[in-house]
Design a protein around this ligand. Structure first.
Ligand code: F6R
Length: 270
């Protein structure tokens, strides 16, 4: 896993937006996997800025969101569809028909989840999946104990997640207890994953994800099996990583290689 440590959340957002913008420029028809929550907000703001000021073009991009609360309609202010419209889709030129957020009001959930998987496959799979991480180490709503091979399905939220997410609702009682979520297996099929984390409350989940054993108790740890994951962290979220200095050295070496500063490696041109 590549680990990039930025000074603060703003740095994380800018860096993540750069990766996404580069992909959209390189492949205008790319398929983006998107996340909601507090973490990616700054990334969306920066992408909107790039759209407005640098003509970043989303007109042929297709998106799939990770998850949605069960029972909330698309217009409910706390639904993830509403979140995406308000914080991203309404401000860029993506075709609304190409934005997909699971339908929390689907009646036959099993059939709907299968259909969601099929829609992703029909678009050729996800090129880049943006991910936040829960304080219990979940990705999407794959709570501790979720199968690491899981597919899109219904999931019961843990008390910890309900408590964490109560900040977006009036009270804990109002937080839905069920969600539709892409599975860990679905996420692992994305061609690249960007895992974002900021703040001290994420530090232990980040340590367990990156340096702990692969376990269904920390579903984000399954990302260790993926060949192309970039974790972008702020200092506080990276605080408990033992190999922090090494990750920084790797980034310095990468930068030197890219800039052709080969002397650092005893390869200076004669
Ligand atoms: C949201 C999602 C969740 C969040 C995670 C962190 O679509 O999939 O896994 O990424 O709960 O949430 P925040 O960013 O609010 O701390």
């Amino acid at each position: 896993m590549r680990v990039i440590v930025e000074r603060d959340q703003e740095g994380v957002s800018r860096r993540a937006a750069q990766f996404i913008a580069n992909l959209v420029r390189r492949r205008p028809t790319c398929v983006l996997g998107l996340a909601t929550g507090g973490t990616p907000l700054g990334t969306y703001t920066e992408l909107i800025r790039l759209h407005r000021e640098e003509n970043l073009d989303f007109s042929r991009v297709v998106t799939f969101n990770l998850d949605e609360y069960v029972g909330l309609s698309a217009t409910h202010p706390q639904s993830y569809r509403h979140f995406m419209q308000r914080h991203f889709f309404d401000h860029i030129n993506v075709d609304p028909r190409d934005t997909h957020v699971p339908d929390g009001r689907a009646l036959d959930f099993e059939a709907y989840c299968e259909q969601y998987e099929r829609m992703i496959a029909d678009e050729g799979g996800i090129d880049l999946q943006l991910l936040g991480i829960g304080s219990d180490g979940h990705i999407a709503f794959n709570e501790p104990g979720s199968s690491l091979g899981s597919r899109t399905r219904l999931k019961t939220l843990t008390e910890e997640t309900v408590r964490d997410n109560a900040r977006f609702f009036g009270s804990e009682q109002e937080v839905p207890r069920l969600a539709i979520t892409m599975g860990v297996g679905t996420i692992l099929e994305s061609r690249q994953c960007l895992l974002l984390a900021a703040g001290a409350t994420k530090a232990s989940a980040v340590r367990d994800t990156i340096e702990g054993p692969i376990t269904a108790q920390v579903t984000a740890s399954a990302l260790q099996l993926h060949r192309d994951v970039i974790a972008i962290l702020d200092e506080e979220a990276a605080r408990l990583l033992e190999r922090r200095d090494y990750y920084r050295e790797v980034e310095r070496s990468q930068a030197a290689l890219q800039e052709g500063r080969l002397g650092k490696f005893g390869l200076a041109p004669s």
